[in-house]
Design a protein around this ligand. Structure first.
Ligand code: F6P
Length: 324
């Protein structure tokens, strides 16, 4: 293999730049020409492909976002879109790809490999931590720390006014961010999509809490079945029906996706980036490079996108016990 290309796709995540840097420099170290594709699959279809050198990735390891830009591409879902993308790669003589992103990115990569045979190795780049085949995804640690910093600040004002705050965090259909923020932020209750919460249980917990606590923090994962933080707050407020109690909602939103990556995300991004290039050289064809129990490993895209990463029960139990 003499020429490879790297791209980022889907929602950006802090640590993606560290990963791009590792891909570029590992390729150069092994004597391979490396290209960067801007705007993910969208850029691949538009031929937005440029040669990268070692200096192209200088001074980026500490930066959030992605220097290669990102996009969610509709057109790549069509056979015609993928055919155009492949012919653009062929025109540049590109023989292998490194795809940095989440499950949508890997779904596209699997299809692309099946249709055209081009080897693709993925790196798990998403704040959601919802990818099977890696203990953590690149960006998750930074997102949790960013959310935690906000929750700490909300706690100050919640305590000062004896208020109850419902804080909505990202994660799509996964409760990982909510659970880590719940434990780290000392939340009284956490609602996650992986565990159904009955409104009456939440209200009951609440009534018990009010005997010992004047303010409370409830973390709500955005994908929870019970609804948005706003809807859940409305339902709880109506059930408690206490005019003296003040309820507030804060949706943290995209603040969780930005900022300088933590050390853990820089290291994880760098490890996965190097492993992706070395995987391509060793003959990996359609797998993700992740880290499980501290060791780099490769997981077939099929498993990454079809197997569900399970939330640890003891984490949810921990929140319940520590909130008394
Ligand atoms: O997958 C990352 C993520 O930030 C999710 O947590 C969230 O649901 C989604 O992306 C938001 O996507 P967008 O930035 O396209 O609105």
């Amino acid at each position: 293999m003499k020429k490879i290309a790297v791209f980022t796709s889907g929602g950006d995540a802090p640590g993606m730049n560290a990963c791009i840097r590792a891909v570029v420099r590992t390729a150069i170290y092994h004597g391979i020409e490396v290209y960067g594709i801007n705007y993910g699959y969208e850029g691949m279809m538009k031929g937005n492909i440029k040669r990268m050198q070692s200096h192209s990735v200088s001074n980026i390891i500490q930066r959030g976002g992605t220097i290669l830009k990102s996009a969610r591409s509709e057109d790549f879902r069509s056979a015609e879109g993928r055919r155009i993308a492949y012919s653009n790669l062929q025109a540049q003589g590109i023989e292998g790809l490194v795809a940095i992103g989440g499950d949508g990115t890997f779904t596209g990569a699997k299809r692309f490999h099946e249709e055209f045979g081009i080897p693709i190795v993925g790196c798990p780049g998403t704040i959601d931590n919802d990818i099977f085949g890696t203990d953590y995804t690149i960006g998750f640690d930074t997102a949790v720390n960013t959310a935690l910093e906000a929750i700490d600040k909300i706690r100050d004002t919640a305590a000062a006014h004896d208020r109850i705050f419902f804080i909505e965090v990202m994660g799509r259909d996964s409760g990982y961010i909510a659970v880590e923020c719940g434990i780290g932020g000392g939340a009284e209750f956490v609602l996650v999509p992986e565990q159904k919460t009955e409104l009456q249980d939440l209200v009951k917990t609440f009534k018990n809490l009010r005997k010992s606590k004047s303010s409370s923090i409830i973390v709500v994962a955005e994908g929870d079945d019970a609804g948005s933080a706003d809807q859940i707050m409305g339902a709880v407020k109506a059930s408690i029906n206490d005019p003296e109690k003040e309820f507030k909602v804060t949706t943290l939103g995209h603040i969780q996706r930005g900022g300088n990556p933590t050390a853990r995300d820089r290291v994880l991004g760098s490890r996965c980036g190097m492993a992706a290039v070395e995987g391509l050289l060793q003959g990996q064809k359609r797998a993700m490079a992740g880290v499980v129990n501290g060791e780099v490993c490769y997981t077939d895209f099929h498993d990454c996108i079809t197997k569900k990463k399970v939330l640890k029960d003891d984490h949810l139990k921990l929140i319940e016990i520590l909130s008394i």
